[in-house]
Design a protein around this ligand. Structure first.
Ligand SMILES: *Cc1c(COP(=O)(O)O)cnc(C)c1O
Length: 435
C-alpha cells in the first residue's frame, strides 16, 4: 500500500548522445528527459534513482504492467530451452499454442469465428492488411474512416488517420479514404450515423461505395471520444446495407483496456475484421494480428507477407497472458472497479473546475481546455513522479492509461498527483479535496 509518492530524486542525465546521434523525430523523450533503465509492475526507474508511476503504459501496450512475473518466466523458460525465436510463418509449437489458446479462451467463449492473420509486428501493419483485404474482397477502393481517428503511420493506415501533423509527413497524396464525422462530432444533437447513411444512400452525394468502414470504439489518440454502442451498431448495419466491411481497430482499446478483451463485446454486433497489436503480446514485444470472418480469407499464399510475421517470443508471452488474465471473469471485474474509480475521480475534478471527461473503462481522460494547459499538467505530474500523456486534436485531453493490474491505492495515489497538478495549472488552490 502506498498513500503518497516520493518525489523522484532523479536528476536530468546527460542527453548529448541523443542530440548528437538520434533523429529529431523522437518525441516522448523530449517531455520525459530522463534515462530509464528498469521497470516492474506499475513502476519505471531512471538511472539516477528516480521512480515513476506509469499512467501511460506504453500507450496501452503494457496493460499487464512492466515485466509481469508470469509472462517473464514463460519467456525465460522458452529462451533457455532454445525455442524458435524467428521462424518466418513456419509452424512452431509456440504458434500452435497461441492459436489454440486464442481459440479456446477468447474466440469460442465469445462465439466469434475469426481466422487469424499474423502481419508484420506493428499495429499499422495489421491495419494495412485489414484495408488491403477489404479492398480485395469487395473490389472497391474507398475506405471510410472517422474524424480524429488514428490508425498508424504507413501510407495506407496514415490515409485513414485524421491528424494533420501526422498526415503532413506522408509527402505524397493520401487518397482513397473519406473522413466522416465520428459519434458526437457535431455535438449531441446531430446523429452522425444518420448523416453517413444519407450520404451513402444518395446517388448524388459524391461519396463512392466503400470497401470498408474503419472505426475505433474509443479514439485512443484522437481525444478518447467513446462511441455509443447504439452508434456502433448502426455503423455496422450501414456497412452491411452498403456492401462494405466493418473493421474495428482494437489496437489500443482492446486487450481489456475498455473492460473486456475486445472493446465491442456485448454491443450486439460483430465486426467483419478486427485489428490487434499493442498489449497483445502482454509484455511489450512487437506482435500484431488481423482477425476476420473465414469467408473473407481470400488471400493467395504470400500475397501479403513480411519477415517478422509471428514473433515467437511474443506468441509465448501472449499465450501466457491469455491464460493468466482471461481464463475467468476476475480480471474484467477488477478493470470495471478500477475504471469506475478513475471515472469518479475525473468527474469530481471536472465538476470542480468546469471541465469535461471522456472515455470508457480504463481508457479515460479529462479535457483541460488547451494543449498548453495539458502540457503544463503532464510536465508537473512528471516532476512529481507520474508519467502521463495527452490526447486529442489539440493535445488538450490529459489521458489516464494506467496499467490494468494497478492496485486501487496506487491508482488513487497517481490520481491525487494529477488532481494537484490540474488545480495548480488552472490557478486554483492546491490540495482542495474534490470529494
Ligand atoms: C497505436 C495504434 C495504431 C498503430 O500501431 P503501431 O504499432 O504504432 O503501428 C493503430 N491504431 C490504433 C488505434 C493505435 O492506437
Amino acid at each position: 500500500m502506498i498513500t503518497t509518492l516520493p518525489r523522484p530524486t532523479g536528476r536530468k542525465p546527460d542527453t548529448a548522445i541523443y542530440e548528437r546521434r538520434e533523429s529529431a523525430v523522437r518525441s516522448y523523450a523530449r517531455v520525459m528527459p530522463r534515462q530509464f533503465n528498469r521497470a516492474e509492475n506499475v513502476w519505471m526507474h531512471d538511472n539516477q534513482g528516480g521512480r515513476y508511476l506509469d499512467f501511460l503504459s506504453g500507450c496501452s501496450t503494457l496493460n499487464y504492467g512492466h515485466n509481469h512475473p508470469v509472462l517473464k518466466q514463460a519467456l525465460l523458460d522458452y529462451i533457455a530451452a532454445d525455442g524458435i525465436a524467428h521462424g518466418l510463418d513456419l509452424h512452431t509449437d509456440a504458434k500452435a499454442e497461441f492459436l489454440e489458446t486464442l481459440e479456446s479462451l477468447i474466440l469460442k467463449p465469445r462465439r466469434l469465428d475469426y481466422r487469424a492473420m499474423f502481419t508484420g509486428p506493428t499495429g499499422t501493419n495489421a491495419v494495412e492488411a485489414a484495408i488491403k483485404l477489404a479492398r480485395k474482397v469487395t473490389g472497391r477502393e474507398l475506405v471510410i474512416a472517422f474524424t480524429n481517428g488514428f490508425h498508424g503511420m504507413t501510407l495506407g493506415a496514415l490515409a485513414c488517420t485524421g491528424n494533420a501533423a501526422k498526415r503532413g509527413g506522408a509527402g505524397v497524396p493520401l487518397a482513397h479514404v473519406a473522413h466522416e464525422p465520428y459519434d458526437g462530432y457535431h455535438g449531441p444533437e446531430v446523429d452522425t450515423a444518420e448523416l453517413l447513411e444519407r450520404r451513402l444512400s444518395d446517388p448524388s452525394s459524391g461519396l463512392d461505395a466503400p470497401a470498408a468502414i474503419l472505426v475505433e470504439t474509443v479514439q485512443g489518440e484522437g481525444g478518447l471520444n467513446a462511441a455509443s454502442p447504439e452508434w456502433l451498431r448502426r455503423i455496422n448495419a450501414i456497412a452491411k446495407r452498403h456492401g462494405a466491411l466493418m473493421i474495428v481497430d482494437d489496437i489500443q482499446a482492446g486487450c481489456g483496456r475498455t473492460g473486456s478483451f475486445f472493446s465491442f463485446e456485448g454491443m450486439g454486433f460483430t465486426p467483419d475484421i478486427v485489428t490487434m497489436a499493442k498489449s497483445l503480446s502482454g509484455m511489450g514485444l512487437p506482435f500484431a494480428l488481423t482477425l476476420f470472418r473465414p469467408e473473407l480469407d481470400q488471400w493467395a499464399p504470400g500475397e501479403h507477407n513480411g519477415t517478422f510475421r509471428g514473433n515467437n517470443h511474443a506468441f509465448v508471452t501472449a499465450s501466457a497472458a491469455l491464460r493468466h488474465f482471461w481464463s475467468d471473469r476476475r480480471f474484467e471485474q477488477d478493470i470495471a472497479r478500477r475504471g469506475a474509480l478513475v471515472a469518479r475521480r475525473l468527474e469530481a475534478m471536472a465538476a470542480q473546475h468546469g471541465l469535461s471527461t471522456r472515455g470508457r473503462g480504463m481508457m479515460r481522460g479529462i479535457d483541460v481546455g488547451s494543449g498548453d494547459i495539458a502540457a503544463a499538467v503532464t510536465t508537473a505530474c512528471f516532476e512529481r513522479g507520474l508519467i502521463i500523456e495527452t490526447s486529442g486534436a489539440h493535445d488538450e485531453i490529459v489521458k489516464i492509461l494506467a496499467p490494468l493490474v494497478i492496485d486501487d491505492a496506487q491508482l488513487s495515489a497517481g490520481i491525487d498527483i494529477l488532481e494537484t497538478c490540474i488545480a495548480e495549472a488552472l490557478g486554483a488552490p492546491y490540495g482542495v479535496a474534490a470529494e
